[in-house]
Design a protein around this ligand. Structure first.
Ligand code: M6R
Length: 606
């Protein structure tokens, strides 16, 4: 979603800002801009619709020379995609960028009668409010603090004024902001990837905090202007992780590197010899583990599907456990009744998803322990949960989530394996899962390499279809949902995932020559039943693709058969092939694979 960068120091701000915005491109955006202050304290503002390349072009004709500035990539929420609505906004003495949503902006706009508003945005209203408070010897810091107290909604902001050169004020509530501390320079970003290569030392601003940034560092305050002693933390990751590494797209890189990233997820957490799994992060006592009888898993999109697959495994492993997997945007407004013996798993790649974060807060209010299954280190969810585990998938740049899914399922499986020990779980089954986890990275690598060309040609064959149904039973059902999501979001082919058993309850009516059907059929006790759905579709002339680990005869238009010692975790293996399929379909259709239309990487607004 929207991205913020800021810089004050000795370098040319324009270069740092545009470079930073490029690093944030993956989050999804539709316009971009920067504003800087030159050495004569004159402000310059350039904005453009479209990609950062457009902004760079605009800056070629009017380069900005100053050493302080702010920049933004905007994903439209209020008002269309226009240059006037793009950030930074300039009102009076204020230049400002903003992530989030100001809910009461109309009310405030009506009160600010002295201002003519150029844009349709809530951000411009906040900039005007700050400007209206920035009078009669009031400092910028005080004007920002006063204005933010009046705001209902969410924000991450960076503000400067030509009246106070050398200073950028930043503040956050519900929208991440990180302050990178360099030598005689300070950087601001809504995402740590924009800071890599400049500094590893950073202050992660908390909700309700404001900071005064200069080239000498940052001072942090509450909105009540109480000085806080914020300790810098170390930013993880390196530049190589946020580069394509020879691949055409981040998505392909992220699919293909899953063996490595999964190895990191598993590292030090399984003991195949003892047949046991152990996660340190949840920080639960033996009694607490014994007391868990209900697990609620919260997520959105792919994170939700990862939770769904993990819930099947959890119920297999832990005999006396019930699980409930919920979509965060729904759950946050339901009347939540959580039994006291519950634990909530909060699943999020970015750790910033607004709905998931809102659920976390609701659940905490009810006194239930929350555990994060999070990828981005230092993200808001990771900071607010009671415990949890990082999935260590490394930066996921492509908007479509792939390696994070695999890592999330595996992290939750390890959580299940750990608590199973305290609930009379079958030691043989726990050991079998552990053994499969140990070989899973290598098997993923093999399956992806062995089937790469096949998936590529399969994608070519099916890329002209308009519709797709993905079907599976049991642990193949969440994979059907995830396969359909992956295809639709990057190829724009209409795709739906269903439990195969549901076919006769409606979706089979859709089968015609505009559709193709993808069946994931596992070699297990439901094999015959899964094939039943396939036959029914074929009998009605459906074009079928089967992904399977079975050696049995199956009739379909195309069959992708894998051979692997993996049994229980086969859905994870087959899902990596669905990812490749979706990738190549999107490439064939000439789409912007890494930044699909209308989507953002991290959905920080509701
Ligand atoms: O960062 P999160 O895991 O919380 O994000 C959740 C969803 O927005 C995300 O998985 C989304 O569905 C992806 N575009 C799927 O590929």
């Amino acid at each position: 979603m929207c991205g913020i960068v800021g810089y004050v120091g000795g370098k040319k701000a324009q270069d740092v800002l545009v470079g930073g915005l490029r690093r944030l491109e993956y989050r999804g955006y539709d316009s971009a801009g920067i504003a800087t202050l030159d050495d004569d304290d004159k402000a310059h503002l350039t904005r453009s619709v479209g990609k950062i390349a457009e902004l760079s072009k605009a800056l070629e004709s009017e380069p900005q020379t100053g050493h302080l500035g702010i920049g933004h990539t905007r994903w439209a929420t209020h008002g269309g995609v226009t240059e006037t609505n793009a950030h930074p906004h300039h009102v009076g003495n204020i230049y400002m960028v903003h992530n989030g949503i100001i809910e009461n902006y109309k009310e405030i706009k009506a009160e600010l009668k002295d201002y003519d508003f150029a844009s349709d945005t809530d951000t411009e209203v906040l900039a005007a409010l700050i400007d209206s408070n920035y009078k009669d010897g009031v400092s910028l810091k005080d004007a920002v603090a006063k204005s933010l107290k009046r705001i209902r909604g969410t924000y991450g902001i960076a503000v400067f004024s030509p009246k106070e050169p050398g200073t950028i004020i930043v503040a956050r509530l519900g929208s991440p902001l990180i302050i990178g501390l360099g030598k005689d320079e300070t950087l601001i970003a809504s995402d740590a990837s924009a800071l890599l290569g400049y500094t590893r030392e950073a202050i992660y601003l908390n909700d309700g905090e404001l900071a005064v940034c200069t080239d000498k560092g940052a001072e942090v305050f509450t909105l009540g202007l109480k000085h806080l002693d914020s300790k810098p933390e170390t930013i993880e990751g390196d530049l190589a992780q946020i580069q394509k590494g020879g691949y055409d797209h981040f998505l392909l890189k992220e699919i293909m590197e899953q063996a490595t990233t999964l190895h990191n997820t598993l590292s030090g957490r399984i003991d195949p010899k003892a047949g046991k799994m152990h996660l340190g992060g949840p920080n639960l006592t033996e009694k607490e583990m014994r007391d868990i009888h209900h697990v609620v898993i919260v997520g959105c999109g792919t994170a939700y599907y990862a939770g769904l697959l993990a819930s099947y495994y959890m119920e297999q492993l832990v005999p006396d456990l019930t699980t409930e997997v919920v979509i965060a945007s729904e759950y946050r407004y339901r009347s939540l009744h959580l039994p006291k013996d519950s634990v909530a798993l909060i699943v999020s790649q970015s750790g910033e998803t607004a709905d998931t974060l809102a659920c976390l807060r609701e659940i905490k209010k009810r006194g239930v322990k929350t555990l994060g299954i999070v990828n981005v280190v230092g993200s808001t969810i990771a900071r607010e949960v009671d415990g949890g585990t990082y999935v260590h998938a490394g930066p996921e740049i492509s908007v479509a989530s792939t390696k994070a899914f695999t890592a999330q399922v595996v992290a939750m499986l390890m959580f299940a394996g750990m608590i199973a020990e305290y609930h009379g779980g079958d030691p043989k089954l726990i050991a079998e899962f552990t053994r499969e986890l140990e070989i899973l990275p290598k098997e993923i690598e093999k399956v992806l390499n062995d089937n790469h060309d096949t998936m590529k040609s399969l994608a070519k064959k099916y890329s002209k279809f308009d519709h797709a149904l993905y079907l599976g039973r049991d642990t193949a059902f969440p994979i059907a949902l995830e396969g359909a999501l992956k295809l639709k979001e990057i190829s724009y082919i209409h795709a739906e995932g269903y439990a195969s058993g549901e076919l006769k309850h409606g979706p089979i009516a859709l089968v015609d020559d505009r559709f193709f059907e993808v069946f994931t059929i596992l070699d297990n006790w439901l094999f015959d039943k899964s094939c039943g759905g396939l036959h029914e579709v074929r009998a009605r002339g459906g074009k079928t693709i089967v992904l399977t680990n079975s050696k049995a005869d199956i009739e379909a238009d195309d069959i992708i058969r894998i051979e692997s010692p993996i049994k229980l975790l086969t859905p994870i293996l087959l899902n990596t092939l669905q990812q490749l399929f979706a990738y190549y379909v999107a490439v064939n259709r000439g789409n912007d694979v890494d930044q699909p239309r209308n989507l953002a990487k991290s959905v920080t607004v509701e």
